[in-house]
Design a protein around this ligand. Sequence first.
Ligand code: GAL
Length: 806
Amino acid sequence: MKSTKNKLPIVALLLLSLISTAQVRSIADFNNGWKFFLGNDSLASNANYNDTKWRSLNLPHDWSIESNFSSSFPATNQGGALPGGIGWYRKTFTVPATSKNKVTRIEFDGVYKNSEVWINGHYLGKRPYGYINFSYDLTPHLNYGKPNVIAVKVDNSLQPDSRWYSGSGIYRDVKLVTTNNVAIAEAGVFIATPIVSKNKATVSIQYNVANTGTQKEIVNLYTDLYDAAGKKIATSKQVVLRTIPVGGYAYADQIQIAAPILWSTAKPYLYKAVTKIERNGQLIDEVKTNFGIRSFRFDAANGFFLNNEPLKIQGVCMHHDLGALGAAYNHAAAKRQLNILKEMGVNAIRFSHNPPAAAILDLCDEMGFLVQVEAFDMWKKKKNKFDYNLFFDEWHARDIQAMVLRDRNHPSVFMWSIGNEIREQFDSTGTTIAKRLVELVKALDTTRPVTCALTENFPEKNFIWKSGALDILGFNYKLYDYADLPNRFPGQSFVATETASALATRGSYDMPSDSNRLWPPDGKTPTVKGNADMSVSAYDHVYAYWGSSHEAAMVAVNKYKYMSGMFVWSGFDFIGEPVPYAWPARSSYYGIVDLAGFPKDVFYLYQSEWTTKPMLHLFPHWNWNKGDTVDVWAYYNNADEVELFLNGKSLGSKSKTTDVLHVKWRVPYEAGIIKAVSKKNGRVVLSKEIKTAASLSKILVTADRTKLKANGKDLSFLTIKLVDKDGNLVPDADRFVDVIVKGAGALAGTDNGFPADTVSLKSSQRKTWKGMALAIVQTNVKKGNITVVVKSAGLKDVIITLETEE
Ligand code: GAL
């Protein structure tokens, strides 16, 4: 083959190389055109099985979210009161004849769970862990130029499993990757920046090259680096050709960059590396990798430093569901979540307690979030009967390796966590397993520290710490021990892997606001009796006995320089774990932002401490009863005092302190206007007022985006508010609204953020909660206008038009 090619005239050679440039590697989105069947049919793995009656759908898909909530599902409300079960997916596809001498693999980013895969009736294998990526080589079993069938069985029937809502199905992206026989292996480029300064940076690149051919190959293997504007700035081009033996080989390069622009949370600058393999001057593979140039370190005395500058980790923990969309990954929905968190001042995310969707890490790179990627919520000792404990022995190595290989190029990823509140920390098995897991991680990446989120913080009792394998100690809760940590663990660096576990429903206010209430109780301190309507007061004074108020956690983390920062439990509400209530509560109360994406008041506490743009937030609403005494709070920044006025009369000025991060007045209620004015050196910075709403008069609908992509995936989030004639939110007139979507889109879900609403999140009818609801509209692939009609009995319909474009 080679010798013939060498004899071809130059023009023919050029032509050939042009043709094959286009074909070096194809990475095809494999999400569309699947068939789905909810239930089990063991014959469905056969190539010639008739699936014409099955439902047609596009991935990512989560069948659990499509169900009604019920207390009878074995996942219980801890798992979101939604079903698991067995489901089958099939896709028929054609591979071009030109792929015949190539290598084709299918890559699944996550299937919940116990997936088994067949290609044309051949069994490819199983993957128990539902939160991990995996792939199969399809090459030997493909029909070229003819139809092929891939069949996937998903078994999420054994419950209870995860301690939160997992979702069920092929809920993350699927790709079909085709390469030449000699190509960069899967996850075979590893880019790191071992030396970083303002003047120069060293970019190191490790290559894992596959050669599935029958002879060794001599190639030119190199990487070009591009800046964010797309300008080529450096290359590793080798003069000496490299030999790739049959089976493959690993190589490494280093490239120097002068005056690099550093990646940071404030300015997430991304470079692009384009790795190429050429054989006889002809391009045979090309892999593009975004990367950032940044350095970081943890200092035992002074906390975290990014690019040599101290940076407090202002983080939140996030589970993976996207509210009404369930676990099915959607880029627009993930981006909205991250935008909301950015707005709040968040600079770091702990994806708890499992590896997240790959695509959300791209967003974190682009938007400037530091990320802790966590492998497991349990090892061999279970938290629930059917959780990963069943698979740990056989699968932990492959799963944790897959995690590191997939995610180690992301500049956002700055820490690995081998587990969360692992039971083995209490006995010696914790030491052996921790060592083993850290070894597995470090074999693939030594550029990031490894931590574990620990509950046990006495060294003699903490067997995971005893392993000596952890670089950073992550502690969940127990603020009262922060002061003593450096004595207990001299020379160690710390991060608060979880804080708060405070509880609230948006817009709920129980007086008085200044008594902290524990719920579930610890048996010693004042507890709360549940509210009949399953609400929880949002004054940041209700929290689980193992946690604290948000404010107390903030004060404690701020106080100790050696605490590198924190990850609040939790950024958003998530489906499942509805502490403190039982059914019909089915989603969490922990979020700073509710399940619909509407901020609770405490959002503004974080914003006041974590952002520098002047802000002032006043609450609660101003619709109370005559004779009520109402606690009025404000969060603010960039000012030294806040003055409160009721109907124009001053109720005095107050200032926050280092220990109390809000200001509060106890006000005898009087209808009218409550107004806060923040001042700095006597000059007004901002003012905010809330008016007593008159009777409900209309619906107000605002879309976060009105120009969408006609790609079958893009979303617009519509906020629905019940208001009086002047547009003031009416907080106590909750009622049903109907959402009708016509034209080039469909309704993807509705929500109101209330954790005990048992109406399916797919329903087109939703009762508002404290005057608000959300509708999510998804585009079709055909472009056009989308008309959304929002109705409620006795009120005028609201019509919103969204445009979609290719
Ligand atoms: C932590 C746990 C989290 C969540 C939280 C609720 O102990 O790590 O997953 O359950 O408690 O307070």
